[in-house]
Structures are given as C-alpha cells and as structure tokens.
Ligand binder design. Structure first.
Ligand SMILES: [Zn+2]
Length: 390
C-alpha cells in the first residue's frame, strides 16, 4: 500500500499523453485522465495504452489521443486547486478557439486548465471528418470498491459501455451539471466515464487499461486479435464485478457545500446496500439519513468534492430492452401530442414541459424510457430534453 500511495501522491504530467494515427480511416477516440488531480490512475493507464499504439505493437484505424486533465492539481495530488474542473463545460469554452490572455493569467488555476484543454479538444475534433467520435473519461474514487462505468443513456453509449464487463450507472448527469462527459454526449458523440476503483489501488490502473483496450476494440479503432492478452482484460474485469448489479440508475445525490462539515460514517463501500433512513454521515446540522433504500455510490472519504454520496437502484434488463425498442420506434412523436399535461416548449423543439398536476404517473420513468434527460425542475414542473438520436 505504501508503494502505491507514494506513486499516487502527485506528479507532473504532459498535457498530451499520446496522440497516434497512421492515416488509416477510422474513428476518433479521445481519452481524458486526471480531470480530477487526485485521480492519476487513468493517466497512467492512458500512457500505457498510447505507448503500445505508438510503438506500433497494435495497428490502429483512425486516431487515438489522450489528454491529462488538471495538470496543476495532478502535480499537487489534489482534486482541484480553486474549483472542480469537471463542473463547468459549456459550448462557450469550445467556441473561444484559443487561450486568451485573461485565462492564462487568471488567478483561478482551473480557468487556464480549461481553456487549454478546450482548445486542444476542439482542434482534435475539427482536424478531420471523423465517421465517429468516442470520448473516454477516466476517474477513480475515495471509497473502497471496484470499477464501474457512467454514461448518459443513449443507445450508442449503451453499445460501448455494455461491452465492458463492469456495472453501468445511468442518470449521473441529471444530478451533476457541466461535466465534460455530458458535453460530448450532448454533441451526439459516444461518451462514457470509467471509475477505475479506489484512488490509490494499483488495480485501478489495470481496470482503466482493460476498459481502454475493450473500448478501442468495440469502437473499431483496433482489432481484438492484435491486442496482446485481450481475453485476460475481459476476465479481469468480470472477476472484479462478480456479484455486483449490472445496471443501476442514480435516484439520489447528497450535494455538499464546503461549510457543511460533512463526514461520511466509516466503512461504506461502493454498491453496498443501504436502508431508507439509515444514518450514513454527519454534518453541522446533525445526522445525514438515506432518503431512500438502494445501493450507495461514491461515498466521500476525502476533503474536496461536492458530492457526499449517491444512491442508485438496480434496473431490470427487461426495461432496458423495452426502452431500446421504444426509442427506435420514435414513440415520443406519437405520444407527446396526445399525453395530457405534456407539450413541447415553443422555442426549443427537443424540450418537453410536463405539468405534474395533470401528468401524475411515472413521469420521469416514462420519459427516461423514451430517451429523454430530465433537466432542472421549474416551478414544480418537469422539463425534459431529448438526447441526440438514436
Ligand atoms: Zn473524478
């Protein structure tokens, strides 16, 4: 453990961890590791994979480029310096096109990080007419537990995420705003995040490496038969995920403010079942109870962070299959005009307003099934946006 802790205590990385193409047509795969500076496991894994590609050990189609996220925070070995770099990604950051002087000299370290990262990502996206773009965002967490994937629930994301034999969590983006993952997903790209394991667990690097190779194969960037020991990557992840639910949906987030004095009770691990009203933590107001039963996700055992814990509920395979059928049928085109209390927003065609006084039953569940994302509730009403097709 000491050896691992030393390795993970903060070090300098280059912004571009690797960038490889031999000009053969294929997808663009963009990898980001360490957007949180105390999560270098993904950076190490991305370096290993890119080294193998660049040494031509594995032939490639398209292009694979890997960035290190928050360089200053990685060097300091902490989640961020001034603000979370993964909470404010918007179109505006990508439209700037260059790091302006204000960003470079900003007292806020993350402004400069975000401006440079946005510029490099944008340059990569427009460098060619890519037939498909895949974004892989690599993280780790403070509690004990094994790897899982996070994604916005689109059919294209499902295809990639479900090829990796680890649990998949849906609905994070509805409770956490402004992630780089969500930005890519909203642009219609395939975008998944991998939580590789505990920050200082050497297995986290192996999980990320395995997930990266499986993703590169699934996206058509490399051939399975060219990846050395490919079956072992799958077996390794399968073994770690044994006994865990395969699909979960986030149903609760306990958000934090720095002044809350939040302290998680010891001993919680990812996916551990919790009862309704179970005391999970304390803060300056007293005990923090679980508002619903479910599986606890990412309980916070570090100082920095805006999420105390999440609670997820397993989803049945039947519902996932049904929703795939309904989305391919574009059932919402038939349903929305006739559902009581539901109408499209006049200025945003892909957004739907739902009056909860009229449409009472299973509103969120039905719109999730149809492929919509719940936006913030307005005046007690639900507003959903349709995800990019399919
Ligand atoms: Zn993270």
């Amino acid at each position: 453990m000491n050896e691992a802790t030393d390795t993970f205590s903060g070090q300098a990385f280059p912004r571009i961890l690797g960038d490889w193409s031999v000009g053969t047509p294929g997808p663009l795969v963009v990898i980001c590791g360490g957007i949180h500076g105390n999560e270098p496991a993904g950076v190490f894994a991305a370096q290993r994979v890119l080294h193998a590609l660049q040494r031509n050990e594995v032939p490639i189609r398209g292009r694979c480029v890997a960035f290190a996220g928050n360089l200053r925070a990685l060097a300091a070995g902490q989640r961020f310096i001034e603000r979370d770099l993964n909470r404010s990604w918007s179109e505006a950051w990508f439209r700037r096109g260059s790091v302006d002087a204000k960003d470079a000299t900003s007292p806020n370290a993350e402004d400069a990080e975000q401006a440079e990262l946005a510029r490099l990502i944008q340059e990569t996206l427009v460098a060619d007419n890519w037939p498909s773009v895949v974004f892989l965002d690599l993280h780790s967490f403070s509690a004990e537990g094994h790897a899982f994937a996070i994604m916005a629930d689109t059919l294209r994301n499902r295809d990639l995420a479900w090829s990796i034999p680890i649990p998949t969590i849906l609905g994070f983006e509805e409770s956490v705003e402004g992630t780089l993952l969500e930005y890519f997903a909203e642009q219609g790209h395939v975008a998944i995040a991998i939580e590789g394991g505990q920050h200082s667990d050497p297995n986290s690097v192996r999980c990320h490496e395995a997930a990266l190779w499986i993703s590169l194969v699934r996206s058509g960037c490399v051939d399975e038969r060219h990846v050395p020991n490919f079956p072992q990557y799958r077996e390794f992840l399968e073994r770690l995920s044994e006994g865990q639910p395969r699909f979960l949906e986030v149903c609760f987030r306990h958000g934090l403010h720095p002044e809350d004095g939040f302290v998680m009770n010891p001993g919680y691990t990812n996916f551990q079942p919790v009862e309704k009203d179970e005391v999970l933590a304390t803060d300056r107001r007293g005990k923090v109870h679980a508002p619903v039963e479910g599986r606890i996700l990412m309980p916070l055992y570090q100082e920095q962070g805006e999420d105390g814990f999440f609670i997820g509920k397993p989803i049945r395979w039947f519902w996932l299959q049904l929703s795939a059928v309904l989305r391919r049928m574009r059932l919402e085109l038939l349903l929305i005009p006739v559902l009581p209390g539901v109408h499209r927003l006049p200025n945003r065609n892909h957004w739907v307003y739902v009056n909860p006084k009229i449409a009472r039953w299973f509103v969120v569940e039905i719109f999730h099934l149809l492929g919509f994302r719940r936006q913030q509730a307005r005046h007690g009403a639900h507003v959903f946006s349709r995800r990019p097709p399919p």
